[in-house]
Ligand binder design. Structure first.
Ligand code: PAF
Length: 282
């Protein structure tokens, strides 16, 4: 596995892959890799000839009081995992390489970026869209792989790709869970054993809503109320949002008849965790 630290090195390595007629997959990450990331790498490996992974803890998607400085950085362990997956190129720049000090250009996906996590984390999706646009320009992948766990991020990036005509196919891979249901996240490392137990409530709330919907309930307000009643079992978990939305626009839906995304975000100990489930259209 080749490691590029600069954009020029990454471009040269990718040009060599293209010269060998290889199709290129991109898996953008912020490192602290877990089985969820590895499922993206494996899907990329299966779909394309060459796999490029990026590890970049992107400062512009963190708010001033968020966890940028303490976000887990586990570069050596990440490299070993990626090597074992036969990744062709790891691009791992520093912020100064990615952002000119006087950079003033951003990608703003309006409206969608102000919903769900964008409402609680103003500017977050501007940072995500901007860095992913830059990575698309640097790598020019045919396909790019993202996790369904970040359902709002997927909606923002899909819209960006459509609106700005990026020549890339977004591939969205299912949420990978621990055996007890907790969705894999780099931020699970922040959880104490007690927090870890409390965090299971996110999955329980979603399963509850999913089973009520499967049993015929359609009214979004009623489904949310029944989910909130389950959440009340864990008074230490501080809800950020529980919403039933259109998976493409992230706008609230009155009912789940035509399919819906049920998304939850909550603070558990020092971590802010997100999870979601898709309800199929009837
Ligand atoms: O999902 C993530 O890890 C990040 O938001 C991404 C897509 C790598 C952009 O920094």
């Amino acid at each position: 596995m080749q490691i590029a630290r600069t954009i020029a090195e990454a471009r040269a390595a990718i040009a060599a892959l293209r010269a060998a007629n290889k199709t290129v997959a991109l898996v953008p990450t912020m490192g602290a890799l877990h089985r969820g990331h590895l499922s993206l790498v494996r899907a990329a490996r299966a779909a394309c000839d060459a796999v490029v992974v990026t590890i970049f803890v992107n400062p512009t998607q963190f708010g001033p009081n968020e966890d940028f400085s303490k976000y887990p950085r586990t570069f050596d362990a990440d490299c070993a995992l990626l090597q074992a997956e036969n990744v062709d190129l790891l691009f791992a720049p520093q912020p100064g390489e990615m952002y000119a000090q006087d950079a003033t250009t951003v990608v703003e996906v309006e409206q969608i970026s102000a919903r769900l996590d964008g409402q609680s984390r103003p500017g977050h999706f501007r940072g995500v869209a901007t860095v992913v646009a830059k990575l698309f320009n640097i790598v020019a992948p045919g396909k790019a792989f993202f996790g369904q766990k970040d359902a709002a991020q997927v909606a923002v990036l899909r819209r960006m790709v459509r609106d700005l005509n990026f020549n890339v196919e977004l591939v969205v891979c299912p949420i990978v869970r621990e055996p007890d249901g907790l969705a894999m996240s780099s931020r699970n490392r922040y959880l104490s054993p007690q927090d870890r137990r409390s965090a299971l409530i996110l999955d329980r709330v979603l399963r509850h809503i999913q089973s009520r919907a499967a049993a015929g309930a359609i009214d979004a307000a009623e489904l949310i109320d029944s989910g909130l009643a389950v959440l009340a079992d864990e008074p230490d978990v501080r809800l950020d949002y529980l919403r039933i939305v259109d998976p493409d626009t992230l706008a609230d839906l009155p009912d789940v008849e035509r399919g819906a995304l049920v998304a939850i975000a909550a603070h558990v100990g020092p971590a802010r965790l997100i999870d979601n489930v898709l309800i199929p259209s009837r």
